[in-house]
Design a protein around this ligand. Structure first.
Ligand code: EPU
Length: 430
């Protein structure tokens, strides 16, 4: 059933929320469960459609996936199939992280190539370059990648690309290398906390990885891996989105369950914008609204995350003056802009830079979510707008936020989830 969020703007958000487990840490971690025959117990698994979908894929590959209690999953992959069909891959691009896990476990795989993505081109050339450096034989055939790693050996891999490091490319190469004989050195590895979390879990399974958290990972291949227990890190992007929700309404929001150092560049920009930021053992707190324009440029970690670009852009709509937002990770990731313009936002797009002329009043409107983070940004703008905003295609939001509308409502937002049929006549999709 298609659903829509109705937000009535103007409420000031106050209170506390807890970040769920990180989606982007959890997806490759679930794939990594295929690297052992033994049981892996995962805690802090977020209840998200993308994560449930990954479970379906693991089951297709032959794993037993049991939700022991909410947030605690047990995965046992005694036998694993080597083929992942297009039907499974096309719905979620992140399923490409099976590539490294299957190569690691089976020394071969056959996986459908993921298709396009609304946030821009998402090539996997670096994933393949890494595997080829290890000596994998890679063939493209009828939309599938066939990888034969029978003769793979550890090797030196420079994994940087045009846009810098690659998150899932690094995850794939590490998962392949942990069970590949010899030493693999990965330079220009992604340093995102989600990659670090995967490496920490692999280390618990018996993998030998040094340099975890740095751009140089050294992996000594081992013969086999064992089961382990691992708690997924808190979702820094969800946490950042809640902090923006507080700030865009001039409120006071505390988010528990996430580490300050995972959000360094983001918190720095909130402060530069005039939001009062505090970090304490209780969590991260944002008080008051933004009062100054800022310049934001997205970059790989520890730079400003592309996954918080749309949200901060929305926040700066309430500030007088010119804010510039430049995308250096996904230069075309601005689908939220035309929808925000429908709410009265003044934004010029020049190449990969959005120039936000803040301070114009926002008015509620029916808008269309195009992807996960864009849908969050539209809801945030709705919190600050006059009147009602109807955000359609809520399934995008549900891929990465656990019951976001309930979290916001608990902070005082006027937001409800409704079936599409509740849309006033003429506003809905056919
Ligand atoms: N790139 C290449 N070649 C490659 C791989 C990537 O040129 O082989 C380029 C991409 O086109 C992009 C840049 O490198 O310009 C970074 O892409 P990256 O590979 O790091 O992205 P990803 O691993 O596919 C993950 C997250 C994204 C997040 C990016 C960047 C998951 C499941 N997805 O994608 O999350 O935006 O890293 O941090 O971890 C989201 O959660 O909304 C989301 C899109």
């Amino acid at each position: 059933m298609l659903e829509v969020a109705r937000i009535t703007g103007g409420r000031t958000l106050r209170g506390e929320v807890t970040a769920a487990g990180s989606k982007n840490a959890c997806l490759p971690i679930l794939a990594a469960c295929l690297l052992t025959r033994e049981t892996v117990t995962l805690r802090n698994v977020p209840d998200l459609s993308d994560v449930r979908y990954m479970a379906e894929i693991l089951r297709h590959q032959g794993a037993d996936v049991v939700v022991a209690e909410p947030g605690t999953w047990r995965i046992k992959a005694e036998t694993v199939g080597h083929r992942t069909p297009y039907d499974l891959v096309r719905k979620m691009r992140a399923s490409i992280c099976l590539l490294g896990a299957l190569v690691g476990r089976l020394r071969r795989c056959e996986i459908a190539l993921p298709g396009g993505c609304v946030i821009g081109p998402r090539p996997i050339d670096l994933h393949l370059k890494g595997l080829a450096r290890l000596g994998c034989d890679i063939r493209h055939d009828a939309g599938y990648l066939r990888v034969d790693a029978a003769n793979a050996r550890g090797a030196y891999v420079f994994l940087g690309g045009r846009m810098g490091s690659t998150v899932l490319g690094t995850a794939n190469l590490v998962m392949a290398a942990v069970l590949t004989p010899g030493t693999t050195r990965i330079d220009s590895a992604a340093c995102e906390p989600e990659v670090t979390d995967l490496c920490r879990m692999l280390a618990k399974m018996g993998a030998r990885i040094s340099g975890i958290g740095s751009p140089c990972l050294i992996v000594e291949g081992v013969e086999s891996l064992r089961g382990c227990e691992h708690a997924v890190i808190g979702d820094r992007i969800e946490a950042g989105t809640y902090l923006v929700a507080g700030a865009i309404t001039g409120g006071d929001v505390l988010v528990r369950g996430v580490e300050e150092q995972h959000l360094g560049a983001f918190l720095d920009k909130l402060e530069a914008a005039g939001v009062r930021v505090e970090s304490s053992p209780a969590g991260l707190r944002a008080r008051g609204g933004p009062s100054r324009p800022i310049e934001v440029t997205t970059q790989p970690f520890p730079g400003f995350p592309t996954d918080l670009q749309a949200q901060v852009l929305a926040m700066q709509l309430v500030v007088d003056g010119l804010t510039t937002v430049t995308e250096r990770v996904y230069p075309a990731r601005f689908m939220h802009v035309p929808e925000l313009q429908r709410m009265g936002a003044e934004i010029d797009l020049e190449g990969a830079t959005a120039i936000v002329k803040g301070g114009r009043p926002l008015s509620g409107a029916p808008v269309m979510a195009s992807d996960l983070r864009a849908s969050a940004a539209l809801i945030l703008a709705g919190l600050a707008a006059r009147g009602e905003t109807w955000v359609q295609r809520l399934y995008h939001l549900d891929r990465g936020y656990v019951a976001f509308e309930r979290g916001l409502a608990s902070l005082g937002a006027d937001i409800v989830r409704l079936p599409n049929s509740a849309l006033p006549t003429g506003l809905g999709e056919e």
